[in-house]
Design a protein around this ligand. Sequence first.
Ligand code: AP5
Ligand code: MG
Length: 188
Amino acid sequence: MKGVALFGVPGAGKGTQSQLLIKKYDYIYIATGDMLRKEIKEQTPLGKVADEVISKGELLGDDIIIKMIAKRLDNHTEGTFLFDGFPRTIAQAHALEQLLIDRGGELMLFIKLELSLEESMTRLLHRAKTSGRSDDNRKIIELRFKEYQHKTAPVSDYFKEKGLYHSVKGLGTVDAVFGELCTIIDNR
Ligand code: AP5
Ligand code: MG
């Protein structure tokens, strides 16, 4: 059981690239944001909490997220997981490593999509016209960026120290970014 984590600021292109990666490499896709939005749609107890937190641009508590991931991992006995939007805190980074070790696996790659906040904001405001996401508006996007800078950005340093860190320029066509990601994955 192996893992690849795709990382980056809100709007960096994680979801877009994930769709291409899961097709090419047959990864098992775990996107915490998508999982939470499904809970919201189904109006589950977790969905009610998620709705409130997401619409404020904040992160959910680590315990909730880690439990959700553990449950998903236990649906599989083998394969490679692609994580989109997880881990997002140092506590989640520790948990991910441990969850994979406990299942006889390991994190293989941690790849950051590099994009400026200006470009991310432009992309997200454009997406806001059609996404219907409660967190796609300028005020909340700015709060998401703040959460990212305080809690999430340190995660990349953590994986740099572990020697798992790679980065790709997120600016460019979807295909060009995908090509760079494939090069990193194929060289691993
Ligand atoms: P989540 O759903 O993970 O959102 P996010 O990280 O803020 O990022 P986005 O999904 O907005 O952007 P993306 O990087 O996927 O970019 P995309 O491909 O869509 O999380 C939402 C919330 O859930 C969090 O704020 C938090 O509350 C909660 N949450 C989730 N995970 C959590 C966790 N682990 N812990 C705690 N809380 C958690 O692209 C963006 C736009 O750009 C699209 O319109 C796309 O078409 C366009 N685009 C993509 N690539 C290109 C390109 N190359 N050129 C031009 N446009 C492009
Ligand atoms: Mg996404």
